[in-house]
Design a protein around this ligand. Structure first.
Ligand SMILES: NC(=O)c1ccc[n+]([C@@H]2O[C@H](COP(=O)([O-])OP(=O)(O)OC[C@H]3O[C@@H](n4cnc5c(N)ncnc54)[C@H](OP(=O)(O)O)[C@@H]3O)[C@@H](O)[C@H]2O)c1
Length: 326
């Protein structure tokens, strides 16, 4: 067994950049010979570590398992790397199985089978955090607790987190668990702002436009559940990969980010992520670009978060929403 590290998982997730590995490993086809991307993965891992990343985010389904496979090859080729990083993977989504394009499966057998598959592909004995990828309406919390308990007792999983879950869903699950839920991964960004809109549109007719489960961020902050933000780079929307026909608000936001980056002598990516990290819930952006230059462009995000003024923070938000807040 690989020697255990003692870094608490909350410490490694809260308010820090996380590297999302969904872009590694080639295409989404299920052809195993399609793995051509070990070099790209190695360069991405190196760039991520250069910007201070220690936690790498996976899922069993990314590129049909190839994101984990290619990462496992990087680990095998780099002695000592596993001990310097934390690995997180997810289970619970089934793609293109038994005649269904997508369905969810958090049954005990599925959790155990999927974690064993991930460990094999990642060429490691344990993951630091296992996330339940999405809520499964057929989930039995006691069954999840038993499966995760077994994996923890075997040393294969060190901590459990969730993804795409509301406060009520986490509480329901937590009642049956023997260990605390340590993280919740949600899509949170300057582009996907429902998490923020829901906090200021309380008692406002505009609230009906937003379905974000109210109170989830506050619940996670109170319980010490680290918030991880996927889509944090808005898939380049404001930083070099604009939509074909950007709205006025989208163009204005891209310009404002460029101006703010220039004034500070930093990058647009750092300003975009720094804006997210300034939120007091301690949000950790999961950055998903495989491009080493774009990864390195995220380096100054924490510094921006420390120095961004309240007025700058609000100006970015109001510009992105395209109208004033109430
Ligand atoms: N829990 C969940 O349900 C869930 C869902 C989705 C993702 N995730 C995780 O979160 C990570 C990040 O999510 P994401 O990839 O959807 O979001 P992201 O980090 O906002 O966007 C990265 C994606 O946008 C592309 N892109 C194109 N131009 C870009 C630019 N100028 N700047 C930045 N990116 C640009 C990247 O391609 P290049 O590689 O070519 O730069 C990459 O495919 C994933 O890797 C995965 O680990 C979790």
């Amino acid at each position: 067994m690989t020697e255990q590290t003692s870094t608490p998982v909350q410490e490694t997730t809260s308010g820090r950049l996380i590297y999302g590995c969904m872009g590694l490993g080639g295409t989404w086809s299920d052809e195993p010979h399609d793995i051509t991307d070990v070099e790209t993965a190695a360069e991405a891992v190196e760039a991520a570590m250069d910007v201070g990343v220690t936690l790498f985010d996976h899922a069993d389904i990314y590129r049909n398992g190839k994101s984990e496979t290619v990462f496992g090859e990087v680990l095998a080729a780099t002695p000592g790397l596993r001990e310097r990083i934390q690995l997180q993977t997810k289970c619970g989504i089934r793609l293109n199985e038994r005649g269904l394009e997508t369905y969810y499966d958090l049954s005990s057998d599925a959790i155990i089978e999927r974690v064993n598959g991930s460990l094999e592909r990642l060429r490691t004995d344990y993951v630091d955090i296992l996330l339940l990828h999405r809520p499964d309406p057929l989930m039995d919390p006691a069954e999840v607790a038993a499966a995760v308990g077994k994996l923890m007792a075997e040393g294969k999983v060190r901590a459990l987190g969730v993804s795409n879950m509301s406060a009520a869903q986490i509480e329901f699950l937590q009642d049956s668990l023997e260990t605390p839920v340590v993280a919740n991964q949600l899509e949170l960004s300057l582009l996907k702002r429902d998490w923020l809109e829901s906090t200021v549109l309380v008692n406002h007719p505009g609230a009906a436009d937003y379905s974000f489960p109210h109170g989830t961020l506050e619940y996670c902050a109170r319980q010490g559940i680290a918030l991880q933000a996927y889509g944090a780079l808005a898939r380049g929307h404001y930083t070099g990969n604009p939509p074909e026909r950007p709205t006025l608000a989208e163009s204005a936001t891209a310009h404002l980010l460029s101006d703010m980056a220039r004034e500070r002598g930093t990058t647009r990516e750092a300003v975009l992520l720094g804006w997210l990290m300034k939120h007091p819930a301690g949000i950790a952006p999961v950055i998903g670009t495989a491009n080493p230059d774009r990864i390195r462009a995220c380096a100054g995000a924490a510094r921006v978060a420390q120095t961004m003024t309240r007025e700058e923070w609000y100006r970015l938000w109001v510009t992105a929403r395209g109208s004033n807040i109430p």
